[in-house]
Design a protein around this ligand. Structure first.
Ligand SMILES: [Zn+2]
Length: 473
């Protein structure tokens, strides 16, 4: 626009000058004409071959002199105009690039094929715009083959678009119904066979954890999953044991705890002791006749916990005094309360999962819960992105556009964000520890290294990029 304005300014100058010269010339020519009319008057009565009188000669000379002078001024004005006009040309040259040859190839449309491709594109454009007549005419005149052009989608789309504008939803609804699956699939992660089977596996594991083995078995059968692809056993076994505790049957839990005794102790778990304490209380609940058995149980199993639960064991021994009146009537009755069993069952699941290195909650419930937490924020964000028309910036990325604050229960591992690139590390771009101890991402490492030398951006120790170690956590 600036270029246009600059040229326009010169153009206005020319026009102003033209107008001025135009008016001036008209006046000069009028003056010259008046002189000649005057001259004509003076010599009108004279014979055609008679000599001019001296007075007439003076008037004639005067008229010729004045005319010459005026015409010279007119020529000078006209010459001056040339300069102004050529300034416009210079202004155009200065403000516009006239050489576009670098950006185009003149030979592109010499071949018949390319011309027809261009015509095809133009015809398709007209069909899209709903200008079918023009497109038909173009096809006819350029001798294009109608079937070479895939018209239908455009024409149909435009007709449908127009119908919506005219408040007629029928074609659009027909179209949407016809392509329903595809429309859905566009936003569906579960299109690949592999992903569907992963989802089924997670659901099956979830059911096993919940003790709904029948449902899980049925799902595996119906979705043709391989049974051995799913690590069922730990979940199924844990759930059976958990259920047994709820049913006041401590046998499987005690077996499990004995088997993993060392590991539980290493994790400072009180599970094994809690289970034995419940078993002890269970014996006591049978009354005075179980006294011997209770003492024998305590001798057998509590010995190994004396160093960790000395006080608890001492107070447990106090229960024996109350056997004659019944534990239910003693200050120890809370040790047999229903809550103790529920707590033991929950401790069992928690500690067993910790020992086995599996998550307490099933991935399915974690995903659903985290999704529910994140959903309101993501919906808000989508609304904002839609209104600003920037949906594209999120597509195709495997990370969320904003940080979602989840419950501490849902934090499983630390994350590393590269201090140089300010990006979260990924499998493709893992954190690397330099020999000075500073950690940056591998992409940053590659960018910062010049040949065999890397200068740490923090300390700044010089080192070889090869010495950097990949770290995982
Ligand atoms: Zn460093």
């Amino acid at each position: 626009m600036d270029s246009c304005a600059a040229v326009e300014k010169e153009l206005e100058r020319v026009l102003t000058k033209f107008t001025a010269i135009n008016e001036h010339s008209a006046k000069i020519i009028g003056d010259v004409l008046a002189h000649f009319v005057e001259l004509q008057k003076h010599i009108a009565g004279t014979e055609s071959n008679a000599e001019l009188t001296p007075g007439q000669i003076v008037i004639l000379k005067d008229t010729l002199g004045k005319t010459k002078e005026k015409l010279q001024r007119l020529t000078a004005d006209h010459r001056d105009l040339h300069g102004t006009v050529s300034k416009v040309g210079k202004a155009i040259d200065r403000n516009f690039v006239s050489d576009f040859t670098a950006t185009s190839r003149t030979d592109v449309f010499t071949s018949e094929r390319n011309i027809q491709l261009l015509n095809t594109v133009i015809a398709q454009h007209f069909y899209r715009q709903g200008m079918d007549d023009v497109a038909d005419m173009l096809i006819k005149e350029s001798a294009l083959q109608h079937d070479e052009i895939s018209i239908e989608p455009y024409a149909e789309l435009h007709r449908t678009w127009e119908a919506i504008h005219n408040r007629d939803l029928t074609p659009a609804l027909q179209w949407a119904t016809h392509y329903s699956d595809k429309l859905e699939a566009k936003h569906n992660v579960f299109t690949s066979e592999r992903n569907i089977q992963l989802l089924n596996t997670v659901i099956a594991q979830h059911f096993y954890r919940q003790g709904m083995d029948d449902v899980a078995d049925m799902l595996i059968k119906e979705s043709a999953l391989q049974h051995d692809e799913i690590s069922i056993e730990p979940y199924a076994e844990l759930h059976r044991t958990w259920e047994a505790i709820h049913n006041r049957d401590l046998t499987p839990a005690l077996q499990w705890a004995t088997h993993y005794s060392d590991k539980l102790e290493a994790k400072h778990s009180a599970l094994e002791f809690k289970l034995h304490r419940l078993a002890f209380m269970q014996i006591l609940s049978r009354g005075i006749e179980a006294q011997k058995e209770a003492i024998s149980y305590a001798r057998t199993y509590f010995a190994k916990f004396v160093h960790r639960f000395q006080k608890d064991i001492q107070s447990l021994m106090g229960t024996l005094m109350y056997l004659p009146i019944g534990i239910q009537n003693s200050p120890y009755r809370h040790l047999m309360a229903a809550e103790m069993w529920i707590e033991a069952a929950d401790s069992f699941i928690k500690d067993a999962c910790s020992v086995l290195g599996i998550n307490k909650d099933s991935p399915l419930s974690v995903v659903v819960n985290a999704g529910c937490t994140a959903l309101p924020a993501l919906l808000n964000l989508k609304q904002v992105m839609l209104s600003r028309q920037v949906m594209g910036i999120w597509n195709g990325r495997d990370e969320l556009p904003i940080e979602i604050d989840l419950d501490p229960d849902n934090r499983y591992h630390s994350i590393f964000a590269c201090p140089i690139l300010r990006q979260q590390s990924s499998e493709d771009n893992p954190p690397m520890k330099l020999i000075c101890g500073h950690v940056i991402s591998r992409d940053a490492l590659n960018k910062l290294s010049s040949g065999p030398i890397l200068k740490c951006p923090y300390c700044p120790m010089e080192q070889s990029p090869q010495d950097a170690r990949l770290i995982s956590f």
